[in-house]
Write a protein that binds this ligand. Structure first.
Ligand code: ATP
Length: 295
């Protein structure tokens, strides 16, 4: 669906590259979290995919076409990157005007549906100038969803929302994505919230794509071992790819469940290997911390 190939960006005013040689692809229906510290390059990347800024080098292919090779190649993409509403138009008129300027009047009947979905239907005749921050964010989301986009690009959608607002946004996005198999690229510093949505993550650091990983919600089991590792080569072979040795080879990180996990415990017990068994929370916060600790 989306292919980002060797994309770099250097703003004229800077000596450094805000993004450097970034490549990845996103398949239809994937929900991908974009994570990294302030200034890592997340917004720059999203803006290039949204075609609001041009890469210095590299290409971005969306549904088989280079997005910079012609007009209207992003017509089924919903963007929530910067506030785009008009303060002097009512919420309803904002959506109507948006469809008008994008030549998408066929979605007119969606206006009330999306306003309802984001909880703004009762406020449809009010102008966003009188809205709270959260309501403005929700209007931004309604604008992003009104054309039934196949691909959503959401930059920090939870910023400034109270816990209820965040919960509502997550619910709305989850329901939307499940019903339509929508593809989503979403950046956030609110990692707990992001984990409720994303299955795969792109970790950006200093403009470089440092990791691209799938994160399961399951915890990892840690088994402390009693003997040197080389004493159980056959076990390593049998469970290869599912157990990892850490520390000085005296800990096993185990990614097994059910029967296979029981079978590993039996094998280790026969060798008198087990000292202790604990679990480690498998969250992106942890991953994030470990990545940053390497600095
Ligand atoms: N228009 C611009 N002109 C010059 N430099 C820019 C511009 N936009 C971004 N940058 C620089 O590019 C780098 C990456 O910024 P970017 O906004 O993409 O980071 P980010 O990961 O989105 O950060 P945050 O988490 O704080 O939103 C930063 O050093 C920033 O100062």
């Amino acid at each position: 669906m989306l292919e980002v190939k060797n994309v770099s960006k250097k703003f004229k005013s800077n000596e450094f590259f805000s993004l450097q040689d970034v490549s990845f692809s996103i398949k239809p229906g994937e929900i991908v979290g974009l994570i990294g510290k302030n200034g890592a390059g997340k917004t720059t990347l999203m803006k290039m995919i949204a075609k609001t800024i041009k890469p210095t080098s590299g290409t971005i292919i969306y549904q088989g076409k280079d997005i910079f090779s012609g007009d209207n190649l992003l017509h089924n993409v919903g963007l929530m990157i910067e506030a785009v509403y008009y303060s002097h138009l009512s919420a309803y008129r904002n959506l109507e005007f948006y469809l008008q300027i994008h030549n998408q009047k066929q979605y007119h009947e969606n206006i009330e549906k999306v306003l309802d979905l984001v909880g703004l239907l009762e406020k449809k005749d009010q102008k966003p100038s009188g809205f709270s921050f959260g309501m403005k964010q929700r209007l931004g989301l309604a604008l992003c969803l009104v054309t039934n986009p196949e691909f959503l690009i959401l930059d920090e959608p939870f910023v400034g929302l109270d816990p209820n607002g965040v919960e509502m946004l997550i619910k709305t996005l989850k329901k939307w994505a499940e019903e339509r198999k929508t593809t989503i690229l979403i950046s956030s510093h609110q990692l707990n919230e992001l984990e409720e949505l994303a299955e795969r993550y792109l970790f950006i650091e200093n403009g470089r794509l440092k990791d691209d990983f799938i994160q399961s919600q399951e915890n990892i089991t840690i088994i402390q071992l009693s003997k040197p590792v080389n004493s159980f080569d056959s076990i390593k072979k049998k469970y290869s790819g599912q157990i990892t040795l850490t520390g000085d080879g005296d800990y096993l990180e185990v990614n097994l469940k059910g029967e296979s996990f029981n079978s590993l415990l039996v094998d280790l017990t026969k060798e008198n290997q087990i000292v202790a068994i604990t679990t480690k929370e498998n969250t992106i916060q942890k991953y994030f911390k470990e990545e940053n600790d390497h600095e």
